[in-house]
Structure formats: structure tokens, C-alpha cells
Design a protein around this ligand. Structure first.
Ligand SMILES: Cc1ncc(C[n+]2csc(CCOP(=O)(O)OP(=O)(O)O)c2C)c(N)n1
Length: 479
């Protein structure tokens, strides 16, 4: 029978690459001559041949490979710049039967994420790291990376990398290889077919070890970036051979695959039952207050509180969450700080609902409490149609622009000042929130204040009680 060669996409890839909703293409977003596509193919083939497609979880980074989730037919997490090893650690420890891949560029792994990778390697996490070293920050247009060569021109080293001012190229594989824990550490290259075959073997070795849960695998892959290097693909391949390999020699730096024992980190260090008991969670939710009638639009809240640092933004959110717990709701509170603490912008997200909370950030809130103008301008847009905007009319002189939301102008700072202390603004906001939503009774909040201000003087508690009532009454009397 005649032998036929069938060229097809490896099954480790998805059938269709959905780059953008509605724009399905059958090719990748990589530039011609880029090494990422070749390495992607080698990984996808190995996933198929090692039968790990269903058990692979891939952590994609920030950089040109951010879109790995468009291509691979495995589980995915996309993470913040440099944080793939940390997320891979969590994923692998929570799922000890899975193959966890951390795919990273040199800006990602060797600059912003350098400590992350070192600590994960040193702990010998059960992960396979593919480190694409193209000597440059590709995605952002070709800035210097820690791996940029001496004399190499980049957008941030227009006269070439100067060792005296910019330091030396970092050899990550060598650094990782001298740690005790890693099992397999190698450097390979994609600059010609013979080396692509060696890379193929290295990818398989790393993934085979990962499949057998044999600890930390590190494959550094020298790769081309014709766009970032301002060269054509053919010259790029020559450049790897002539310039990169002398600085980043190829070969296996460490391989204890044969002797490495299977590492299992499934056993929790702390017994979860003890944690539950210690935190008092075993008792179930403590419901102190009974709920009143709540309009359907306020029965499930996703709230953004925003303003200047120092305006009590974080405490407003915390107190809303704390009070809601006493009514038996599930709650979350997530702070987000600007670069400065006092005087800078700050906001927090609060969720209050009966269902389990999936994500803590209030991306599309149904309530925004804006304490200053920049916060209102930023978060008014995010409100869902029909959502509620409570804004601090003492400090915000402009009017909200949307007509499809409910608007509550509350002079939060003014009401606090009338009580003699601007710092009680947060309690005025909490009172206003209670009146707008009907979710809390003002006297319930007041009843909780001794607990909130435990150990503080009675006069502070009384002042805050007046602030809650001031915000509550203002809304009740005005709207
Ligand atoms: C915290 C943070 N800082 C900076 C950036 C901007 N940024 C996006 S990609 C990138 C560099 C990626 O370079 P590399 O890891 O080498 O990957 P490549 O694009 O070359 O594949 C940077 C600095 C960001 N997205 N997040």
C-alpha cells in the first residue's frame, strides 16, 4: 500500500483560533519568522503524543505569547507580568495530577518576574517552564531586556547595550541550573531545522517529566524576533547563530530526570478542618440582623467606592461588607490603591449577594459611591444601565452625564463637616447606601458600631452613629 504523509495541525492546538470574537482565523497572530509559533507547534505536538491535552494547564504571560490561550487546547490562566511561576505554583499544588506549563518571555521571566521564577525553581515546583529568550521586549516594540547582548541596539539602547551602564546579559538557565531543586535545565535554539529537532526533544523531555510529576523543568529557547530586531527572518536566524549562541551556549545544564522522584504536594500543610474551626467558620454564618423588604435591583450588589486616599474609601467598603455579613450575605472587599496613599486616588470593590461570589472586582457595578470628581468621571461609565450613582455633591461640582442611571447627590463631606469631623465621611456614605438600597436599617448599623470601633471612646462611637443617621436621613428626606 502506498504510504501517505498527512500534514495536519497537532491536536494540542484548537481547531479554530478565535483572535477576536467574530474574526476567526486559521493562523496565529505572530509576525513572520517569529520563534513563538514554532515553539507553540512543538508543545502542541508533544501534548498530543504524550496524551496530556486534557490534563495540561497553561499559564500565559504578558508579552507576545499572551494569546497562548487562543491556540492550545488545554486549560488556561492569563496572568500579570512575570507572575506565571507564582500562579503555576498554585495551580499545580491545587491540581497535583495536572501538567502545568509556564510559558514566558525574557522581559517577563528575567526582568519583572526574575524573583518569581527563582523562588519557584528553588522550591522545585512541579511545573514545566518554557522560557523564550529573544533578547528583547518584543510586544512593546523592542526595548532592552535583561538578555539583550552587548552592543545590541534596541529602542532603549539606541547606541547599543553598554555593559557599564546597562549591565551584562543574564544567563537564566545557568542561574536556575545552580539551584538544588530543578530536575531538567537546558538551553536550545530555533534557528535552523537541526536545532528545532533538538528543541523538540527538549520540549518532550520536559513535558514527559511534568507528566510524571518530577518537579521543576526549565527549557530556555533562543528565539528570533525579526520585527523587534529590524531584520528579515533569514538574517534573524543567522544572528542567533552568530551572536546569541556564543553568549548563551546551547546544551543540557542539568538532568536528573532518571533519578528524580515523583513529587506530590497534594498533602495540605495545615489541616483545613482546623482552619475552619480556628476562624469560627464551622458555626456557619452568624446572622445578627433580619432583612427588610429590598427592591429586586438592590438585592445583589456590586459596588465601587472611589475617591482620594484619606477620604475613608477603604473603610466605607469594609464597613459595608461587615454590616452585610451580619445580615447573612456573602461578601467580598477588594482594595485598589493608586501610587500614593494620602491624596492619591483609591477605590475598592464590594460584592454583597446570596450567591457564591465569583470575582471580587466590581467590573460592572450596579452602585458607585464617588467621593471626588475624577472618581465619578471614571466609574460613572462602568455602571450598568439602571445602576445607582451616589456622588459627593460637596466636592463634585459637575453633574453626572448618564441619563440611564439613578442619581443621588449627597453632600457627604458637608454632612461630616457639620458634625465637626470630616473623617466621619465614610459613615455618612454607609448611611446613604443603606437608605438608597434599603439593604440595611440605620439602627442596625449603629448597633454594630461598638464592635467596629472596639476599644475606642464612647464619644467616637456616638459621633459615627450621628454620621450614619445623617447620611441615611439625608437620602430619605431628599429622594
Ligand atoms: C506590569 C506591567 N509592566 C509593563 C507592561 C508592558 N509590557 C507588555 S509586554 C512587555 C514585554 C514583554 O517582553 P518579553 O517578556 O520579552 O516577551 P516578548 O513580547 O518578547 O515575547 C511589557 C514590558 C505590562 N503589560 N505590565
Amino acid at each position: 500500500m502506498e504510504k501517505k504523509t498527512v500534514l495536519r495541525k497537532p491536536k494540542g492546538f484548537l481547531d479554530v483560533y478565535k483572535h477576536k470574537p467574530g474574526a476567526e482565523k486559521d493562523r496565529t497572530h505572530y509576525c513572520p519568522g517569529c520563534g513563538h509559533g514554532i515553539l507553540h507547534k512543538l508543545i502542541a505536538e508533544a501534548m498530543e503524543d504524550l496524551e496530556i491535552i486534557d490534563s495540561t494547564i497553561l499559564i500565559s504571560p504578558v508579552g507576545c505569547s499572551v494569546f497562548a490561550y487562543y491556540y492550545f487546547d488545554g486549560g488556561h490562566f492569563q496572568v500579570a507580568h512575570g507572575r506565571a511561576p507564582a500562579v503555576a505554583t498554585a495551580v499545580s499544588r491545587a491540581n497535583p495530577d495536572k501538567v502545568v506549563i509556564s510559558y514566558q518571555g525574557d522581559g517577563d521571566l528575567a526582568a519583572i518576574g526574575a524573583n518569581n521564577i527563582l523562588q519557584a525553581a528553588n522550591r522545585g515546583e512541579n511545573i514545566a517552564v518554557f522560557f523564550v529568550n529573544n533578547a528583547i521586549y518584543g510586544m512593546t516594540g523592542g526595548q532592552m531586556a535583561p538578555t539583550t547582548l552587548e552592543g545590541q541596539k534596541t529602542t532603549t539602547t539606541p547606541y547599543g547595550r553598554n555593559l557599564h551602564t546597562d549591565g551584562y546579559p543574564i544567563r537564566m538557565a545557568e542561574i536556575i541550573a545552580q539551584l538544588d531543586a530543578p530536575v531538567f535545565v537546558t538551553r536550545v535554539s530555533l534557528h535552523n531545522p537541526a536545532n528545532i529537532r533538538k528543541t523538540r526533544a527538549a520540549v518532550r523531555q520536559a513535558l514527559q517529566n511534568a507528566k510524571e510529576h518530577k518537579g521543576f523543568q526549565f527549557v530556555e529557547v533562543l528565539s528570533t524576533c525579526p520585527s523587534g530586531w529590524k531584520q528579515d527572518p533569514v538574517d534573524s536566524m543567522k544572528w542567533v547563530e552568530e551572536h546569541m549562541i556564543p553568549v548563551f551556549p546551547l546544551g543540557v545544564l542539568r538532568d536528573s530526570s532518571a533519578e528524580a522522584s515523583v513529587i506530590t504536594r497534594a498533602e495540605p500543610i495545615v489541616d483545613p478542618a482546623r482552619v475552619i474551626e480556628k476562624l469560627g467558620l464551622a458555626k456557619g454564618p452568624s446572622v445578627t440582623f433580619s432583612r427588610g423588604e429590598i427592591a429586586p435591583e438592590y438585592s445583589k450588589m456590586s459596588i465601587r467606592v472611589a475617591g482620594f486616599g484619606g477620604q475613608g474609601i477603604m473603610s466605607t467598603g469594609q464597613i459595608l461588607a461587615q454590616v452585610a455579613m451580619e445580615y447573612g450575605y456573602n461578601v467580598s472587599w477588594l482594595p485598589s490603591y493608586g501610587p500614593e496613599m494620602r491624596g492619591g486616588t483609591a477605590n475598592c470593590s464590594v460584592n454583597i449577594q446570596d450567591e457564591t461570589i465569583g470575582g471580587a472586582e466590581a467590573v460592572n457595578p450596579n452602585m458607585v459611591i464617588a467621593m471626588n470628581r475624577p472618581s465619578m468621571e471614571k466609574f460613572e461609565k462602568a455602571l450598568i444601565p439602571g445602576g445607582s450613582l451616589v456622588y459627593n455633591s460637596t466636592l463634585i461640582e459637575v453633574k453626572p452625564v448618564r441619563s440611564d442611571i439613578r442619581i443621588f447627590a449627597v453632600p457627604v463631606t458637608g454632612l461630616a463637616d457639620e458634625l465637626g469631623d470630616t473623617r466621619v465621611q465614610s459613615m455618612v456614605s454607609v448611611g446613604a447606601y443603606a437608605a438608597v438600597t434599603g439593604m440595611f436599617k440605620s439602627e442596625d448599623i449603629v448597633g454594630l458600631l461598638p464592635q467596629v470601633f472596639k476599644g475606642r471612646k464612647q464619644e467616637i462611637i456616638d459621633l459615627n452613629a450621628r454620621a450614619v443617621r445623617a447620611g441615611y436621613d439625608f437620602v430619605k428626606n431628599s429622594f
